[in-house]
Design a binder for this molecule. Sequence first.
Ligand code: SF4
Length: 700
Amino acid sequence: MPTETKTTCPYCGVGCGVIARVDDEGVVSVKGDPDHPANFGRLCSKGSALAETIDLDGRLHHPEIAGERAGWDEALDLMAQRFSDAIAEHGPDSVAFYVSGQLLTEDYYVANKLMKGFVGSANIDTNSRLCMSSSVAGHRRAFGSDTVPGCYEDIELADLVILTGSNLAWCHPVLYQRLAAAKAARPGMKVVVIDPRRTMTADIADMHLAIRPDGDVALFNGLLAHLAKSTAIDENYLAAHTMGFAAAFATASSMTFTELMDRTGLGANEIRQFFALFERTEKVVTCYSQGVNQSSSGTDKVNAILNCHLATGRIGRHGMGPFSLTGQPNAMGGREVGGLANMLAAHMAIESADDRDRVQRFWGSPTIADRPGLKAVDLFEAVADGRIKALWIMATNPVVSMPDADAVEAAIRACPFVVVSDVMKTTDTARHAHVLLPSLGWGEKDGTVTNSERRISRQRSVLPAPSEARADWWQLAEVARRMGFLGFEYTTPTEIFAEHAALSAFENDGSRDFDIGAYAGIGPAGYEAMMPFQWPAPAQEGRKTTRFFANGHFYHPDRKARFIAVTPAETERTSVDYPFTLNTGRIRDQWHTMTRTGKSARLSAHIAEPFAELHPRDARELGVGSAGLVELESPHGMAVVRALVTERQARGNVFVPMHWNDQFAAKARIDALVPPLIDRVSGQPASKNVAIAVRPFSAS
Ligand code: SF4
């Protein structure tokens, strides 16, 4: 009999519900889940093609040691021995895990528990560091907690939607479909797109502001100074619920209008029109994504946006608020269980002795990390300089996706012991592994994910595990047990979720950030039947928290939000030798390093090869014809791709997609050109403003 199973798309942070059908021959087909509140039945091109990406071609079927087939016991014993030896000889900080927003919450929970509570180091970071860590840091500075205030419905209810650093049409397509449908139904609704490039998202915009790269702090500071002198300022809200407005206003208003135009590259009229639109529209949602986060001033950009919403009290109410859009399917779930080097489980703080004590007692662990660990860029620098002796990489491909990717590859190659857990055998990273472990992929694994609006959904298995592939949480628990640790006797993801939920409720007197312990007690039946719900409480109990902060209650000790005074940083990076600004990002039909979407001919038909998007005048001056090959070079690396000459690109800027790797196109790993420059607060790398040289490619 054919079966139909409700599960969740594994690609972007929209977190669409999927119904996976398996027919009598075992053939899988997918359709959107009409009951899922993220997508109401819609799917984008990637989600629709899920069934085309689950074949076993290229799959890793069994563990390998040094390139040779090995048994699970042999591989796991070796790992336990090598990790234990490194810890004994060089201390807990000599080992590290680099994990992924592709992991399920249950995987993340076990990885975090093993590293922080039993190894005793916080050297576990994730590719979500590259995705949304500036938003986390900005939230914590402003709200006292990492809380997304609103929900997707707000985007439909707003009268003005601002998309800054977000190509929603290609990166969060179903959310874009919801926005486009709302705009079509309500012609008075306005959309402003702020992006150096005229992306497809700008096609529905009433206003496109082609801002200079990293001009966002100046623009939103200018907006704050403008609002402060207008009737849009909410004096009562400021007095009752916020701190620090005077300092933020003083900093924002110290910039002249000429300086504002210079820093943003925008004209006086378009700036004034944008400010006036924001001022007179109460229902404003400001969505932001990697164009804001992936910057050396990413956290300041986030706070510049939050400042404007706090100043007007436009937060947490219907159709109002700042909205961070996460890139990955479970970037948010990783945050809930502390899967970042600077967080503890259940939104507790690694810097807090009380929180550390609470978590350690709950876990019954022999130790607990007492300071933040190495964040992604620092982690690979520690691999490079020999401080990390044993590294476990799960569900991610840093040889392609990390900045300074050539240096990262060299570091991994030189690391004394590298384990890679992955679905595919042939990733650029997997080929440097001493031990390769076969993991379950989408359609095979079971657990939960949390999307951008804090909605927890189940990913369910619809297919049997192929060959010897096993769940990531199982691999972690097996290594933990072999290292002699108690507390990893899990047999199902249900047990792990129950423990995670119980920890969130453990000694929670209500003073902590969120009452996410409200879902403690979900047993096997409840877990199996779980419907999508927004934490901190299950919707089925009628206690849903769709929005935060409408009551002006924040999570700093005095319950007030904080304005953060932010100063625009010097962001000009070009020079005589490197006169162009590289901006990297996604295209519509590929996902990350193409290990899955690269399998679908339909998806690859959208854009078949990597490209460098150039303005026609730049192309002409360079002597580059349309579709000619160009060589891109920075002090860190080089790439050769085809030129795409288009008026959508601003002069002096070059956009190149991040996806291609050496398997699909030689010399197309664009992150090899990106320097390991990070935001000082969040540790997030800056991938949107890179100085490069561009020239016609010559094979000679
Ligand atoms: Fe999947 Fe995102 Fe597309 Fe939804 S919008 S189907 S979550 S890729």
